[in-house]
Design a protein around this ligand. Structure first.
Ligand code: PMV
Ligand code: MG
Length: 335
């Protein structure tokens, strides 16, 4: 009996949201270790179970299980087999990345895609690099018509803080329609993923607004406002942010985050939901910086605090405003 367990985490944007939707822009993301798990074992028939649903399915198309089934399909292409000709397995997915029945917004759909591919790779003894894992997950999401930048799956596949340079998803989607899986997978899609080793001493805080926001809808609303100056200014600030992180330059880091935050605030008022405004204002006058993270409109915001007094004040303020601390971590520069 073959039996394996694999896991994937969540992610949050530090900088570069919305701009990253345009090919060639850069965003910085970091992994959040709130995990999803997959258990996979040999079985008589295909069975897929997720704790998101109160029913299991096989390989017959099911809307609820679409992401998982599409990910299985991608691995079958990699193996050069029809899905139905794969040795049958039972795949069980758990870990909802939510509380009180409301999602955190840590990228659970990206995470489940990477997770399913990882689980099947393990089951079929394929060793996948982080890069190939990302590309297979991106292939899967593109075939489903996902309108995101794929930054989330880059971060989740690498499970490291990364600078992600986005590729032309429209062009690659077209190539996927026109050419074989083998051919398209061999091509250079022109994205870039660089691991960042942060050298800052700071306390990283994630505040959850408890207001669920749907990225797809936010993108469809905000995309018309994205213009060349937003892209250029964001890119400059994102590269400053990366430099600040890598060189331990706190002032440059704080300034760059304030800049990307202002740019997002000007882009569309829907991004800074009142609770995200409160989350950010909690840092005013303190030795700290905060911003919305991801598409905004709810979900999570992030803060970086540079002393204990500031951290305590932020957390008290967040509590008063109904913002939950769902993850925090002290970073120490390793010199
Ligand atoms: O809210 P999230 O974590 O799904 O982030 C969305 C970030 C956007 O740049 C707005 C969209 C994307 O896919 O990059
Ligand atoms: Mg979100």
């Amino acid at each position: 009996m073959t039996k394996y367990q694999v896991e994937t985490g969540g992610k949050l944007y530090i900088a570069g949201e919305y701009a990253i939707l345009s090919p060639g822009q850069t965003a910085i993301l970091m992994p959040i270790p709130i995990k999803m798990k997959a258990d996979i074992e040999t079985a008589r028939d295909f069975k897929i179970t997720s704790d998101m649903f109160d029913y299991s399915v096989g390989l017959e198309p099911n809307v609820g299980y679409q992401l998982i089934q599409a990910s299985i399909h991608t691995v079958s292409l990699l193996l050069g087999k029809e899905m139905k000709d794969l040795p049958p397995f039972h795949l069980r997915i758990s870990g909802k990345m939510e509380a009180e029945g409301k999602k955190y917004g840590l990228g659970s759909s990206g995470s489940v895609t990477v997770l399913t591919i990882k689980a099947l790779a393990k089951f079929f003894h394929l060793s996948l690099s982080n890069d190939l894992l990302f590309k297979l997950a991106a292939y899967t999401l593109l075939t489903l018509g996902d309108n995101g930048s794929m930054g989330d799956i880059a971060c989740i596949a690498y499970d490291r803080m990364i600078a992600y340079k986005s590729f032309d998803r429209q062009a690659i989607s077209k190539r996927i329609r026109d050419y074989s899986f083998e051919k398209v997978m061999k091509e250079d899609w022109q994205y870039q993923i660089d691991v960042i080793e942060p050298q800052l001493d700071t306390h990283f805080l994630v505040g959850w607004t408890k207001v669920p926001s749907i990225s797809r809808d936010m993108i469809n609303r905000v995309k018309y406002a994205i213009d060349a100056s937003f892209l250029a200014e964001t890119q400059k600030a994102v590269l400053d942010c990366q430099k600040g992180l890598e060189s331990g330059d706190k002032d440059l880091f704080v300034l760059s985050l304030a800049q990307v935050s202002d740019l997002l605030q000007e882009l569309d008022p829907a991004i800074y939901h009142p609770k995200l405004l409160a989350l950010k204002e909690a840092c005013q006058g303190l030795n700290a910086v905060a911003k919305s993270s991801g598409s905004g409109g709810g979900d999570c915001g992030i803060a970086f605090s540079f002393d204990q007094v500031s951290t305590d004040r932020i957390l008290t303020n967040w509590r008063t405003n109904g913002i939950d601390l769902i993850y925090d971590k002290r970073w120490l520069a390793d010199d």
